[in-house]
Design a protein around this ligand. Structure first.
Ligand code: ADP
Ligand code: F6P
Length: 458
């Protein structure tokens, strides 16, 4: 067996510091274990991109960076990936911005990247492509004669067929997906949507082994919920907390990229409702929202920032006193060890996305808790994590009353119930950490039988 070659739009940093975003955080831990090569986009674009991959050797794995010129990068990343696919796959078809140059750039980047990869991979390498930015890659690699097995993992949700069809190129996307040997999803919800899309678009037929027969070949599908380094994160939190004073007031915490899918305004409105109906908590609780910038050249992201800052100011103006700030808002990324301690020292974790592939913050919050006096996780029913974490307080993020009620239930929950819920959540996480996720996907990819629909090996 050759190397594991991971390919994603975003690469980890060359010096190993300052990575945020679920994909990089999860895969860094997974790849560090056995080593391999990670191919991803360079952090800076240049007018004269290097004609080949630029390699860096890290202690834990190698990185191969590809460079793009600024206009191509904008149209591919801010444009097609994050103004068409991201909103559509998160069910926000109202935010889709269709421009012909976006779709062209998306295909151009996949084609260019495939040529760079084809020069460096061997047939026995295992190629694992990540996320919506690079869906056409298997198609392009196969057109260049690459024989390696190629798996794909979708980190974000796959919506139902009708929503998927709002993407002008939905037929192409379905065909490109069908070129992978294995496609992995976060949840059974997303897997079900894929089966339906393949049936409808490509006359796919579900087989008894769970694979689909499509256009003369078999494509394997599976549900592989992503996770975190549970023990590592728990240790980080526990060790850091030793020298950190507890906050003066019980704290609620939210940690999310400032993305409209994360339900941040709805969360603040829920908190406001809570303050309206629970005067006894005035001056006795605070909400810390950490929301680093992301994709802030896209209009919808500028709008969400303005809305969030307006709401935080409004709540502080309305309820705050000289001695009490109800909402603390930080608009930047923090080091992971600091984040772990903040989670541990917060009584309630608020994870209330409107739609989310998984949401690793939910898992990090649980992993960071002190098992003898754990905090309570409030979790959206629309986060992929809700399929695995029923012992959290599950809420409808669109309903401010529901969020307000869950905050009050969490703050008043007796120790015995907190421990019971935390034990159940933590023990599930321990058995399903990031190594488990990675091993399960790769085991399936290695074992996929490459058959055509008549059962003949390809
Ligand atoms: P997404 O992939 O959509 O960003 P996830 O919740 O799955 O959402 O993953 C986000 C990851 O980024 C988590 O590991 C989280 O701890 C990290 N992260 C989010 N916000 C920050 C921040 N302000 N500082 C550092 N890391 C952050
Ligand atoms: O986890 C979903 C995801 O879109 C990843 O593909 C991405 O790396 C992460 O969120 C952060 O987004 P971005 O790379 O656009 O900053």
């Amino acid at each position: 067996m050759g190397r594991l070659v991971i390919i994603s739009n975003r690469a980890p940093s060359v010096d190993g510091s300052g990575d945020s975003g679920g994909l990089v955080v999860a895969l860094k831990d997974a790849l560090a274990k056995d080593g391999g090569l990670w191919i991803g986009g360079a952090p800076k674009q240049t007018d004269a991109p290097s004609p080949s991959l630029i390699f860096h050797h890290r202690q834990d794995f190698d990185i191969g960076l590809f460079e793009l010129e600024p206009k191509l990068y904008r149209d591919y990343y801010l444009g097609y990936s994050n103004s068409v696919l991201w909103p559509a796959l998160h069910g926000r078809v109202d935010l889709i911005d269709v421009q012909p140059c976006y779709a062209a750039a998306y295909r151009e980047v996949a084609g260019r990247l495939a040529r760079l990869i084809a020069e460096t991979v061997r047939d026995d390498d295992l190629i694992w492509v990540h996320d919506y930015q690079l869906i056409p890659l298997a198609h392009e690699l196969k057109a260049l004669g690459v024989k390696s097995r190629i798996g794909f993992f979708l980190h974000i949700p796959l919506p139902d067929l009708q929503t998927f069809k709002a993407i002008p190129d939905w037929r192409d996307l379905a065909r490109w997906l069908a070129d992978y040997d294995l496609i992995g999803f976060q949840t059974r919800r997303d897997l079900g949507h894929m089966i339906n899309i393949f049936r409808h678009t490509l006359r796919g037929e579900l087989r008894s082994n769970g694979n689909m027969g499509i256009a003369g070949r078999e494509v394997a599908l599976g549900c592989f919920p992503i996770s975190i380094n549970v023990d590592g994160f728990r240790r980080l939190a526990a060790e850091g907390a030793v020298n950190t004073p507890a906050p003066s007031l019980p704290r609620l915490i939210g940690v999310d990229r400032l993305d409209y899918s994360k339900g941040l305004p709805q969360r603040l409105v829920g908190y406001q409702k809570f303050l309206e109906s629970h005067a006894a908590f005035h001056g006795k609780v605070s909400l810390l929202q950490i929301a680093p910038p992301t994709r802030d050249d896209v209009d919808a992201y500028k709008a969400i920032r303005t809305e969030l800052e307006h709401l935080a100011g409004h709540i502080n103006g309305r309820f705050g006193t000289v001695d009490w700030t109800p909402v603390q808002y930080i608009h930047r990324a923090l080091p992971r060890d600091e984040l772990a301690v903040l989670f541990r020292l917060s009584r309630v974790g608020l994870v209330t996305p409107l739609f989310d592939g998984m949401n690793l913050v939910a898992k990090e919050y649980v992993a960071a808790q002190d098992a003898a006096d754990p905090g309570v996780l409030v979790l959206s029913q629309f986060a992929g994590a809700a399929e695995e974490m029923p012992e959290a307080l599950i809420v409808n993020p669109h309903d401010p009353q529901d969020i307000a009620q869950a905050i009050s239930t969490a703050l008043e929950m007796p120790l015995g119930e907190r421990i019971e819920r935390h034990d159940a959540l933590y023990s599930h996480l321990q058995d399903h950490d990031v190594d488990h996720w990675c091993a399960a996907f790769l085991k399936r990819l290695v074992s996929v039988e490459r058959l055509d629909v008549d059962g003949v090996a390809r």
